[in-house]
Write a protein that binds this ligand. Structure first.
Ligand code: F6R
Length: 602
């Protein structure tokens, strides 16, 4: 987790650039924050709390400089205190370091450095880095050599940026944690400006030109940019263009990013489908991915992405391909993939440590891997054999909304392009094409706010569904619990009476997803009757083709479509319910407590 930012060449706008960048990175962690600026000397300001608290500190104790680094933290080692906030410094105060990730061998490094007389002031793993750099400088290393030598001693995952001595440069390195460099046009006072960050939104308003730093590479940003490998040889880096605008990372008049992102789903779906489906021909083209015909599929993912993985298993199984979904953190116990098995990692960030580690495990077992991700240049994108981009655009709210929808759409494309029949494609493609408009109609007409008003102070919330609606039930519960802090559980509808029904009473609204009018719908209506008989209020999320509404206290309507597309629609209604419940309870919807957008530790 954590967000890091750095910039050079911004002159007197350096401080504002860092603070703005941290605000845009706050979704990565927000329990403490800090910055360092190099001016006449090295000024460090840091504090527990949010970026707003850092701004208050900067008003009280201003700092000046023209080169800087900053950090917003999500604690792993040590509680969120002023002392544990980054940047961390050495004994002399001449070195400042910010870090995202975990240094696994920090304890032995710290013991050695302490024995040599170095004094530590925090509980963090990061603090060993400035002291290692200090040791190098004492031994006569140049600032750059001291930085490189310090990095060479670290085990673990890191994106690190440092200012060393009075050297007018920012040094950076990465292993297993994201780091991207922005190349700006320069200002009146400098020919070139460079930015460094964990993620592009931190500096997107200044440039659309980026390079992605790879594991093992070092970057030096001063009046020029130099990227070198671990042998100090120059690396010729490709410059990429970012295709989305800075405004896309703003709230555009919505009260919360999450609400904005829920409303962006029609566009996100269009982007995902764009150029990939041909309705007339009934074909799906995913370039290099289309010619796969896997004998089996294993999905690895966490959280919301795991729910998308469960949905993906139904798609492939329906096509006769054995498919399993694993929490990536449990993948070690999976039967090894064999033959033409595909291992598909679903991760919107592309940086989830558990998912990356499962994908590496799969590769080491000889499997071909595919990343289904929203993040170009992410570790998953770069490490997997192939990538299927979901193209949802930046998602800032910590709770995944439009990226889950994007994942479901992308998985449909993947199944259609690889294993499903031409007949299926002809039936499904037009329904996918209609999805953006159908989602829009839900956004325009939903009564989710009224349902939230009625039930927001309930004891507990249950969600039930079958087949494609089972992952939606799990996702509906996860969304509600993470942003409202209320207890919520999702169940396969059939499992309810095997235990959880004991919890159902008049204070437990049950949301039941029932679409179509087939055997599956009829069975779920049977489950609705079971909870209704226990006096539980029932909210049917339905297209009205079954009897669900007859037994429900309230209805959230969705347009008619095929079962796999209906899951996208019912989920949108549940997103809105979760949002409105959380809003009525006054929760910090975009930044729920204890959570971070990108979970880069296992
Ligand atoms: C929930 C949520 C998380 C993520 C999970 C995996 O709203 O956002 O459960 O889905 O941390 O993240 P990615 O998809 O980035 O691998």
């Amino acid at each position: 987790m954590c967000g890091i930012i750095g910039c050079v060449g911004r002159g007197e706008r350096t401080l504002d650039t860092l603070v703005d960048g941290l605000e845009r990175l706050e979704y990565r962690g927000y329990d403490s924050a800090g910055i360092t600026l190099l001016g006449d000397d090295l000024g460090v300001r840091k504090t527990a709390g949010k970026i707003a608290d850092l701004e208050t500190l900067l008003d009280e104790r201003p700092v000046d400089g023209h080169i800087g680094i900053g950090h917003t933290r999500w604690s792993t080692h040590g509680p969120p205190t002023d002392a544990n906030a980054h940047p961390h410094q050495d004994c002399t105060g001449d070195v400042a370091v910010v870090h995202n990730g975990i240094i696994e061998n920090y304890q032995s490094l710290r013991d050695d450095l302490s024995a040599e007389g170095h004094t530590f002031t925090s509980d963090t793993d990061t603090e060993v880095v400035p002291h290692l750099i200090e040791r190098g400088l004492e031994m006569g290393d140049s600032p750059e050599a001291a930085f490189r030598n310090a990095i060479a001693q670290l085990d673990g995952s890191y994106a690190i940026a440092a200012i060393v001595g009075n050297e007018e440069a920012v040094f950076a390195a990465r292993n297993d944690s994201p780091l991207v460099i922005g190349i700006g046009d320069g200002t009146a006072s400098s020919d070139r400006e460079y930015f460094l960050a964990s993620d592009v939104p931190a500096f997107r308003e200044y440039t659309d030109k980026v390079i992605y730093v790879e594991d093992g590479e070092f970057a030096r940003l001063d009046s020029e940019l130099a990227v070198t490998d671990s042998d100090d040889q120059p690396v010729d880096k490709e410059v990429h263009s970012i295709e989305w605008d800075a405004e896309e990372t703003g709230k555009s008049g919505y009260d919360h990013y999450m609400l904005k992102e829920i409303h962006e789903q029609p566009r996100a779906l269009r982007q995902c489908l764009s150029g990939r489906v041909d309705e007339l021909a009934g074909t799906v083209n995913l370039d290099g991915l289309s010619d796969r015909s896997p004998s089996s599929v294993q999905f690895v993912a966490m959280g919301t992405s795991y729910h998308a993985a469960l949905y993906g298993t139904h798609l492939f199984q329906q096509a006769g391909i054995p498919a399993q979904a694993f929490h990536a953190s449990e993948y070690a116990t999976a039967t090894p993939p064999t033959g033409d098995a595909l291992v598909i990692g679903i991760t919107q960030s592309g940086e989830t440590a558990d998912t990356l580690s499962a994908l590496r495990e799969a590769r080491s077992r000889g499997a071909e891997t595919i990343a289904v991700t929203n993040t170009v240049g992410s570790t998953a994108d770069r490490e997997c054999d192939e990538t299927l981009l979901i193209r949802s655009g930046p998602e800032i709210g910590v709770a995944a909304s439009k990226t889950f929808t994007g994942q479901l759409a992308a998985l449909n494309l993947l199944a259609l392009a690889t294993v499903e029949s031409a007949r299926t494609r002809r039936g499904v493609v037009p329904e996918l094409r209609e999805l953006p408009g159908r989602v829009q109609s839900i956004l325009d007409d939903s009564n989710a706010a009224e349902i939230a008003e009625e039930y927001h102070d309930s004891e507990s919330f249950f969600f039930i569904g079958r087949r494609y609606q089972y992952p939606v039930a799990l996702e509906g519960a996860l969304k509600l619990k993470e942003i409202s802090y209320e207890h919520a559980e999702g169940f396969s509808a059939g499992d309810l009476k095997h235990g959880p029904l004991a919890l159902v009473d008049e204070d437990t609204p049950v949301f039941a997803m029932v679409t179509g009018d087939d055997e599956v719908a009829r069975k779920t209506v049977g489950n609705i009757k079971e909870v209704e008989a226990r006096d539980a209020p029932v909210v049917a999320v339905t297209d009205g083709r079954s009897d669900a509404a007859l037994y429900a206290d309230h209805v959230l309507e969705v347009p008619e479509t095929i079962p796999r597309a209906a899951a996208v629609l019912t989920n949108v209604q549940l997103q809105l319910v979760a949002y409105h419940v959380a809003n009525l309870l006054g929760r910090p919807i975009d930044k729920p407590r204890n959570l971070a957008k990108s979970v880069t530790v296992e």
